[in-house]
Design a protein around this ligand. Structure first.
Ligand code: BES
Ligand code: MN
Ligand code: ZN
Length: 498
């Protein structure tokens, strides 16, 4: 889809459909009232019939506009006239695009960036329109013999007056880069485990560097990892026929001596549990155990697209977790790259086994901060449901920066404790630590495990088990937490936090 800023005045516009906002009590937004005037009061006439209460997210399509270069007008309810909450703005946008998708409309012009939204400027609103619309228009490249029908939309103008042009344009560029990153993340995440293997992910990372020459990539093979002593990571892939890969994507947009921001993503392309085999129900969803890794590719792509003045390294440890004659067995003890020994009491707690060696590896970059994203624990869903990602970290400033970013990106997080007391649960009789901490506080003890490998730098961990994909009838990847991490990087780039 082609998104652009439309600055033609509304009475000069040619369009398949113009989207305008209506408040409750039939109050028109400025754009609606201008359109009303140049269509012989069509909008107010329609509203007088009382078919649109204009509650947030209600829509009404007027599909004939006499004597006009505008073919249709989509009225979108905005609720009571007052600055909208960000959530309600989202609701109105989502409703608008849902209605458009179901028609044969090929080009549209959205005037909703003029709507007042609490603490939001034109850049934010423009960006949000692109993100919400693009999210709704996402379609998996069909693997069906009779593909799902594709929507007709090709062009989306976002209307902005002269005075807001600069802000709207910057929001547009950010919105497109983030939406593209989310799309890439969702595409990779939705692919099944037989297609999206560690080797496939590595190839996609290489493709990315061809499309975006400011990105460089190193693929560490199992032999390279062996030399580095990543025995914890390799113990997981030993149980699979697919070789593990450690993808290292590099983006140098900042000053050469500036310390890099490191983004790590769990890239388990299928998690059967290993010898501690999972039960059958819902096991297909474990193809999503690489959503964190896919997010890394999306984020690096967007950083390059926006030419962010930052140095960023993306690391994706990628493997399968399968049961095999050579797989880890409960009770096995491995020595991680850090030298710490780990007793593997449950082979299904494999994410931390591949992440711990990646955290140790991250140290060689002398990082400014390290942020990891992982579909790490089912216990995270028990604790928080599927609304926020769980946030952990060893640095309050970094955590607060991420909370702030999550609020403006509408990609929520909830901070969880990483207290010393929980470390008790990871004690092992035979090794430095065990890879599970019992049934209490499973998301916390998983984070506490990772913390033991992140002692020398500022670090945050996002458990995205509940947020990276939707389960049930509407099953599919969400692309989270790409918007949150992108907002953090944008804030860093504009010096709003350091
Ligand atoms: N990838 C899973 C976590 C997961 C499970 C995410 C379900 C989303 C939905 C992870 O590797 C795992 O299996 N974790 C175990 C840990 C346990 C053995 C301590 C879990 O959550 O059951
Ligand atoms: Mn597992
Ligand atoms: Zn897993």
């Amino acid at each position: 889809m082609d998104y652009f800023i439309e600055s033609a005045s509304l009475d000069q516009l040619t369009s398949d459909c113009v989207i305008v906002g209506i408040y409750e009590n039939q109050e028109l937004t400025a754009a609606a009232s201008q359109l009303d005037q140049c269509t012989q009061n069509l909008i107010s006439t329609v509203l007088q019939r009382g078919d649109l209460k204009a509650k947030t997210g209600e829509t009404l399509l007027i599909n004939f506009v006499p004597n006009s270069a505008i073919a249709r007008i989509l009225l979108v309810g905005l609720g009571k006239q007052a600055p909208l909450f960000k959530k309600d703005f989202h609701k109105a946008l989502a409703a608008a695009i849902k209605t458009l998708k179901d028609h044969t409309i090929t080009s549209a012009c959205c005037t909703l960036a003029e709507v007042e939204v609490a603490t939001a400027d034109w850049a934010w609103k423009t960006r949000r329109i692109v993100e919400v619309f693009d999210d709704a228009l996402y379609q998996l490249k069909p693997l069906k013999s009779i593909p799902d029908p594709v929507h007709a939309l090709k062009k989306m103008g976002i209307w902005a007056p002269e005075s807001a042009l600069a802000e709207a344009t910057s929001g547009l560029h950010q919105g497109i880069a983030i939406a593209d990153a989310v799309t890439l993340t969702k595409r990779l995440s939705d692919l099944p485990g037989n297609i999206c293997t560690p080797t496939y992910l590595a190839e996609q990372a290489i493709q990315l560097t061809i499309a975006k020459p400011t990105l460089k990539v190193d693929i560490l093979e199992e032999a390279d990892m062996q030399k580095l002593g990543m025995r914890s990571l390799l113990s997981v892939s030993r149980g699979s026929r697919q070789p593990a890969k450690l993808i290292a994507l590099h983006y140098q947009g900042g000053e050469s001596q500036a310390k890099p921001i490191i983004i790590i993503g769990k890239g388990l392309t299928f998690d059967a549990g290993g010898i501690s085999l999972k039960t059958a129900e819902g096991m297909d969803e474990m193809k999503y155990d690489m959503c964190g890794g896919a997010s890394v590719l999306g984020i690096l792509q967007a950083a390059a697209q926006l030419a962010l003045p930052l140095n960023i390294v993306g690391l994706v440890p990628s493997s399968e977790n399968m049961p095999d004659g050579d797989a880890n067995k409960p009770g096995d003890i491995v020595t991680s790259m850090s030298g710490k020994t780990i007793e593997i009491l449950n082979t299904d707690a494999e994410g931390r086994l591949i992440l711990c060696d990646t955290l140790t590896y991250a140290q060689k970059y002398n990082p400014d901060v390290v942020i990891d994203m992982a579909t790490l624990t089912g216990a995270c869903i028990v604790a928080l449901g599927r609304i926020p990602s769980a946030l952990y970290g060893n640095d309050d400033k970094l955590c607060q920066d991420l909370i702030n970013a999550s609020e403006s990106a509408c990609d929520s997080v909830w901070r969880m404790p990483l207290w010393e007391e929980y470390q008790e649960q990871l004690k092992s009789n035979f090794a430095d630590l065990a890879n599970i901490g019992g049934k209490d506080g499973g998301s916390i003890t998983a984070a506490c495990f990772l913390a033991r490998f992140a002692e020398t730098f500022r670090w945050a961990h996002l458990d995205i088990a509940g947020t990276a994909w939707r389960t049930g009838a509407n099953k599919g990847a969400t692309g989270r937490p790409v918007p949150l991490v992108m907002q953090y990087l944008l804030n860093r780039a504009s010096g709003r936090n350091a």
